[in-house]
Ligand binder design. Structure first.
Ligand code: ADP
Ligand code: SF4
Length: 700
């Protein structure tokens, strides 16, 4: 297939100082949760993107010195020779496909707590990050940097840049964004200095300029030197001779770096969930940069549409189409545009499960791309599936995210697949959830898979087909995969922080009731101990229909787990906008149709609240009846030639959509192979030779 010539501009080479990117697709630095302890996992993860056509592929933040230590959050390091060897695996892998490799050298300043190194964090003026969420809190405040500290950070940057070059990197970053050290010098909120590094914008920019200069001196002849800078706050500060201090900063540094990588200031605005913002959301803040510098500019905005990308270039907003999430969801996005395979693009849904992985301290997971992070340890390629040695007939029951992904991957392996689904359209839980406020993009999980499945002659799909054991025996496939999902329960919550007992009343609802079109009579009290998006989004959904609704949770915040997906501040804003009262640290313990009793989680104090209905968003249990019925008839199944019955997705273990997709993919990759239930391949860090380990007990 040929691509449309209007996308040709995306495939032009662009110079970055002494190096040239082969095209305009630029995977900006982003967290992968893969530290130098997982060098092969990381190299394969980044390689997939180079293979998929990203002209530049970068690491995540890479610490220049132990005084920049974000533990237990995963971070890369550029401290010693072992680090150089670990990174070299990645640069070799990226170069194999003709792409450039970039490294985001980073000093965290006061935004890291140095929990592992125990060194005092560094800052321009001793202003600490006072995080309100337990996972990010720390209690070691930063020291004020003196001149020798400034010299040290510059020296570490230069040394790390030289190491980066030895590791094979083509682009080396200076980082001045997202609350980290360079950024702290730029903003007067952090920088109260009265020396030449504080005061006027020209003085506040000095430290960043010096970081760029030492990097250029160290490697500038061979590597492109990039500045990554957050502009949101500075854009809001009026300048002396320019509309804002962000303008003044770019003007002052216009000739300094070889590339500007521009972004927002905080994770929730920089990596905003699709629930609250659309494609290209950074443009109003960064659109001016190109007018003040001749150097190339890269920016992000969850770009998945080639037309939007072309428009960013044509309108002079960006030179490079930056991607973090779109490159995770589809490492082959550039290749698909290049080859005119637009309908095959696996579009990021903006759910931010990827960022939650970093907050969880684990390798990146993605809802749309179950192979993310699994390239090396399970050998999963994002586009290719090993053809099945033996083609078998597989029946999948249930067409939600798990069933659809399983059907797609089995179909790609060449099996003869039948997918039977009870509902009138495929998608399972998404059929309802896509209609909730802000969640329409999530339906891309179903749309992408249906689009591909519809092209496959070896996959048959049936709607409105509720299968029981007899029908399955009649069909007599080789394998049955049960993907029947889960249901919400009316269970309550106890001070042990576990679901316990149930709340029985005609006016007690679960999300399944709302999905089935039963609307509760107001005032409604939503009781949420699921803590992810569902409680908050259903509250918004009811309020949007004019129903009087209030929200109660035993957690400290509404939709508490959404701190992991950057949504939490915006959930609170959305509830406040709809005047929804939020009560935290309380459990619902009783309801008689008129009054709900709330009990304080810690002190047991009770409060009575008038309401007509209670909506419990709590525990989910597997929809397991079919699976149990199949097991009860195992003799009949064997007689019919059915060799295995497996479960995937929510019926196996209820979870987020990402888990269901991964579960469906995993089963499809492993069905009929010896890999079933095998552990994944374990990566090992590069370390200096250690004395041989002597077994304490001789092997038998
Ligand atoms: P998952 O996230 O694991 O894919 P979902 O709940 O989203 O789970 O989707 C499972 C789908 O399977 C539901 O839409 C449900 O209607 C359907 N289903 C449940 N039982 C049967 C059955 N016996 N036959 C066909 N489809 C079923
Ligand atoms: Fe996009 Fe969600 Fe995948 Fe992240 S996890 S890349 S937001 S689809």
């Amino acid at each position: 297939m040929m691509r449309d010539s209007r996308y040709d501009v995306l495939f032009e080479p662009v110079r970055i100082g002494p190096v040239t990117a082969p095209n305009r697709f630029y995977q900006v630095p982003h967290a992968s949760g893969m530290t130098n302890a997982l060098p092969r996992v990381r190299a394969a993860f980044r390689e997939a993107k180079a293979e998929g056509g990203w002209g530049v592929v970068c690491t995540g933040a890479c610490s220049t010195d132990p005084s920049s230590d974000d533990a237990p959050l995963p971070m890369a390091t550029m401290w010693d020779d072992n680090d150089i060897r670990a990174h070299a695996l990645m640069t070799d892998a990226v170069h194999k496909h003709g792409s450039l490799a970039g490294v985001e050298l980073w000093h965290g300043g006061a935004a890291v707590m140095n929990r592992a190194s125990r060194l005092p964090p560094l800052s321009p003026s001793g202003i600490p990050w006072m995080a309100t969420h337990i996972g990010f809190m720390g209690n070691l405040r930063p020291k004020v940097m003196d001149k020798s500290d400034i010299r040290d950070v510059l020296k570490w940057q230069a040394e790390a840049a030289r190491k980066a070059r030895s590791a094979g990197f083509d682009i080396v970053y200076v980082y001045a964004g997202m609350g980290y050290l360079g950024y702290e010098f730029l903003l007067p909120q952090y920088n109260h200095r009265t020396d030449e590094y504080g005061g006027s914008i020209a003085n506040r920019v000095r430290f960043v300029r010096e970081l760029i200069e030492v990097t250029k001196d160290a490697v500038g002849e061979h590597c492109g030197v990039a500045l990554r800078v957050s502009l949101e706050e500075l854009r809001g500060r009026p300048g002396q001779n320019q509309p804002s201090e962000a303008h003044e900063l770019i003007e002052l540094l216009a000739d300094c770096p070889d590339l500007f990588d521009v972004k927002m200031d905080s994770s929730p605005t920089d990596c905003s969930a699709s629930r609250f913002s659309g494609e290209g959301s950074h443009e109003p803040v960064i659109e001016f940069v190109k007018s003040l510098t001749k150097k190339p500019v890269v920016g992000v905005g969850r770009f998945t549409s080639p037309d939007t990308m072309v428009s960013q270039i044509r309108r002079g907003v960006l030179d490079f189409i930056g991607g973090a999430r779109p490159s995770i969801a589809d490492p082959f996005l550039p290749a698909k545009i290049r080859e005119g395979r637009m309908e095959e693009i696996r579009e990021c849904i903006g759910c931010n499960i990827c960022i939650s992985s970093w907050h969880d301290g684990v390798p990146v997971r993605c809802t749309q791309n179950p192979t993310a992070g699994e390239e090396w340890r399970r050998g999963w390629h994002p586009e290719r599936v090993v053809p099945a040695a033996k083609k078998e007939r597989v029946l999948i029951v249930g067409g939600g995210p798990a069933g659809l992904e399983c059907a797609l991957t089995l179909g790609r392996a060449g099996h003869e697949v039948t997918l039977a689904h009870a509902g009138r359209s495929f998608g399972g839980r998404l059929t309802f959830e896509k209609t909730l406020p802000g969640l329409s993009a999530w339906n891309r999980v179903a749309e992408y898979r249906l689009g591909r499945l519809n092209e496959m002659s070896n996959v048959s799909m049936y709607l409105e087909s509720t299968l029981g054991v007899d029908e399955i025996i009649d069909l007599a496939p080789d394998h049955v995969v049960v993907a029947t999902g889960a249901r919400w329960t009316n269970m309550l919550y106890s001070t042990l922080e576990i679901p316990v007992g149930t709340l029985e009343h005609a006016n007690v609802f679960t999300p399944d009731d709302i999905a089935a079109g039963r609307l509760p009579e107001g005032p409604v009290l939503v009781f949420d101990f699921d803590n992810y998006y569902m409680g908050g989004v259903l509250t918004e959904h009811l309020a949007a229909q004019g129903i009087d609704v209030s929200y109660v949770t035993p957690a400290g915040q509404a939709s508490a787990w959404t701190i992991m997906t950057n949504e939490l501040p915006l959930v609170h804003k959305a509830l406040a906008k709809r005047n929804v009262p939020v009560t935290t640290l309380h459990m619902v313990t009783a309801f008689d149709g008129e009054i709900a009793t709330l009990t304080h989680l810690f002190n047991g104090e009770q409060t009575r609240v008038s309401c007509r209905s209670v909506l419990i968003v709590g525990m989910r249990t597997p929809r397991n009846e079919l699976h149990e019925a199949l097991l009860a008839r195992s003799g009949d199944l064997t007689a019919a030639g059915i060799r295995s019955v497996e479960r995937i997705g929510d019926v196996l273990a209820p979870g987020a959509i990402t888990h269901a997709v991964h579960s469906g993919h995993k089963l499809a990759r492993e069905l009929g192979t010896l890999d079933m239930h095998k552990p994944y391949r374990r990566d090992t860090p590069f370390v200096d030779a250690v004395p041989d380990f002597a077994p304490r007990v001789a092997a038998e």
